[in-house]
Design a protein around this ligand. Structure first.
Ligand code: ADP
Ligand code: ZN
Length: 611
């Protein structure tokens, strides 16, 4: 044990921040939260991913006497969390089902002897009497309940074991508790307070804005090509996550990227557990790996240098979208959230909702979630402003953020009433005159006046709307259909074929009572271009050193079997590359260089900078 806090158990939070973590100031509400918990208060902390929640319980655990007990559902990540702390000189360990009796006994002894600053536990451990007895045999500094939204039965990550956590308060009423989550909805917030018996806790709600993430949503044409070009032009060599809806498309996309020279790995629930774990480990440990995954991948992945999150399919809700995109740029450096979405997404998701099991109430909620997501996709306003307002927050910077596609290349809002009427009346005529229903492709053929086999066989060239839409291109028509579906002015039949039908709202459009506003895509969609890429953002002299430092870091990480960011984060390497420290003192002043790492790597790094 070399870290300074061991010899000075009552160090101040700021001193621990500087010496152990190597950071010079607290972020946002960290200081207030930490002071509150150090003083013995309970807290509920809502902070976005990357906001810096971990320090809020790690520092109080180091400052208060005893061991901080961290309840976390993420067994697969405990080893990495403990390794990262060990690299800082913090004495941390975990108890979970992956250990054998011998390993467990060692940890238990260390806890009893007061040799641990932090102990990570899976929630199910607390159901076992031997665990609660063990806790009584040592000294508890605090309880941290991580991923506290797992207590919510309405949420997507519900863990029944979390409901039991109210025992903490009954059994250890004087030990402070801090519950943390990155889920922002009001419902979850209330459930956490109620179910964990945190009625008197102080609430700390941060802004959920992620200023370093650039949000972009574009029309889907050739998704794989679009994705490839996005990665190549903006994120070559960067780590990223690509989300797909189905296992099949995960496999296909990962294979496609690999063929084109991008190191990509698949992750979905259908893969063998060992392969899944191996792929996750490679993503965490190696630099620049792209993980192609279903939404089964991600909770708790605290890899700080994920530079982009791409969606090839429409997420089912704004909440899901925000959670997933939030995994980009936890280190605060520029990152991109990129989504490609098209007509098929809308048709498919509406169909899935119609066919889903569950009460009408449940389906209504799914429908409302989808509508909010579609509104975000089709907006001509700032994406960030809209995202934050979805979570009940007003964007502090006015009505334009300047770092989303609609701010960078504003789309036009145009009057689409006439095209909408042309399209709707085609759907109406086919149904009224012939009792026929078709999908978007055939309807568009009719509007464009194309004499396809089906058009001539069905004599659709005799409809009065045949050819009346030749003023728009096929792509433009697809955009019209997509947006009318998004606005609910057009619907999808529940026949499972994605055929188009009119809705209650259609009549008002046909009669001219309800105007239709459409989004006209900008000529050239916004590009982050060079801005998003950290190396390119560096002064030219620093770029070479940054790459050399990354290579050095990769070697050290591999030797120790830990993720690269456990050695140093990108932000720290960037700091070294720019300032070129010439002494240990200068090196120590760089953010992310604490005492332990200075001692371990200082001399080597100075040598590298000199060379
Ligand atoms: P969260 O758990 O809220 O998603 P983390 O606790 O993982 O976020 O923190 C995100 C990143 O920010 C980490 O790399 C962490 O080291 C860094 N960080 C947190 N607090 C600070 C701070 N005060 N100064 C500099 N970096 C910080
Ligand atoms: Zn914006």
């Amino acid at each position: 044990m070399t870290a300074a806090h061991a010899s000075m158990p009552r160090a101040t939070p700021l001193a621990v921040l500087e010496r152990t973590f190597g950071y010079d100031s607290f972020r946002g509400q960290q200081h207030e939260i930490i002071d509150h918990v150090v003083a013995g208060g309970d807290a509920i902390v809502l902070m976005p991913t990357g906001g810096g929640k971990s320090l809020c319980y790690q520092i109080p655990s180091l400052v208060r006497a005893g061991t901080g007990i961290v309840i976390s559902p993420l067994i697969a990540l405990m080893q990495d969390q403990v390794d990262a702390l060990a690299a800082l000189g913090v004495r941390a360990a975990f108890l979970n089902s992956t250990q054998d009796a011998g390993q467990r006994a060692l940890v238990e002894r260390a806890y009893r002897e007061g040799e641990l600053d932090l102990l990570y536990l899976a929630p199910e451990r607390l159901a076992v009497e031997s665990t609660t007895r063990l806790l009584d045999e040592g000294r508890i500094a605090l309880f941290a309940i991580d991923e506290a939204h797992c207590v919510s039965q309405w949420g997507h990550d519900f863990r029944p074991d979390y409901l039991r956590l109210s025992v903490l308060h009954e059994r250890w009423p004087t030990v402070p508790r801090i519950a943390l989550t990155a889920t922002a909805t009001e419902v979850t917030h209330r459930e956490i307070a109620a179910r964990l018996d945190l009625g008197t806790a102080r609430h700390f709600v941060s802004s959920f804005d992620r200023a370093n993430i650039q949000y972009r949503i574009e029309a889907k044409n050739q998704p794989l090509q679009q994705l490839l070009s996005f990665i190549r032009t903006e994120h070559d060599g960067d780590a990223g996550i690509v989300y797909c809806l189905s296992r099949a498309s995960v496999e296909k996309t990962a294979a496609f990227l690999t063929e084109h020279g991008i190191p990509a790995l698949p992750y979905h629930a259908g893969l063998d557990a060992r392969l899944r774990a191996a792929n996750q480990a490679r993503f965490l440990r190696d630099d620049g790996v792209v993980m192609v995954a279903t939404i089964a991948f991600g909770m708790g992945i605290d890899k700080p240098d994920v530079r982009f999150v791409a969606h090839l399919d429409l997420p089912k809700s704004v909440e899901g979208y925000y959670q997933e995109t939030g995994r980009a740029g936890r280190d605060g450096l520029p990152s991109t959230a990129w989504l490609a979405y098209g007509l098929q997404d809308v048709v498919q998701q509406r169909r899935m909702i119609q066919q889903s099991e569950g009460t009408p109430e449940f389906r209504r909620r799914l429908g409302a979630n989808l509508d909010a997501m579609l509104a975000l996709c089709e907006t001509v306003d700032c994406r960030r402003v809209q995202l934050l307002s979805y979570f009940g927050e007003e964007f502090a910077g006015g009505d334009r953020c300047g770092n989303c596609d609609t701010c960078l290349a504003p789309p036009e809002a145009i009057d689409g009433t006439i095209p909408a009427q042309k399209l709707l009346s085609t759907v109406v005529r086919l149904w009224r005159e012939r009792q026929q229903r078709y999908g978007a492709g055939h309807i568009i053929d009719i509007l464009l006046g194309r004499e396809t086999d089906r058009v001539t066989q069905q004599r659709h060239d005799q409809l009065t709307t045949f050819g009346i839409g030749a003023d728009l291109s096929e792509a433009e028509w697809r955009g019209v259909v997509r947006q009318l579906l998004a606005q609910g002015v057009l619907g999808v039949a529940d026949d499972g074929y994605g055929t188009l039908v009119i809705t209650e709202a259609s009549a008002a459009v046909l009669s001219g009572q309800r105007p239709v506003r459409l989004r006209k895509e900008p000529e050239r969609p916004a590009r982050g271009g060079r801005k998003a890429k950290i190396v390119q953002e560096l002064p030219r002299e620093a770029g070479g050193l940054f790459e050399a430092l990354r290579a050095w870091r990769a070697t050290r990480a591999r030797e120790q079997g830990v993720p690269a960011y456990v050695v140093f984060g990108d932000a720290t390497l960037r700091g070294i590359a720019i300032t070129r420290p010439a002494s240990l003192g200068e090196l120590a002043s760089i953010s992310g260089v604490g005492e332990k790492k200075l001692e371990q790597y200082g001399a080597e790094l100075l040598e590298l900078v000199r060379a």
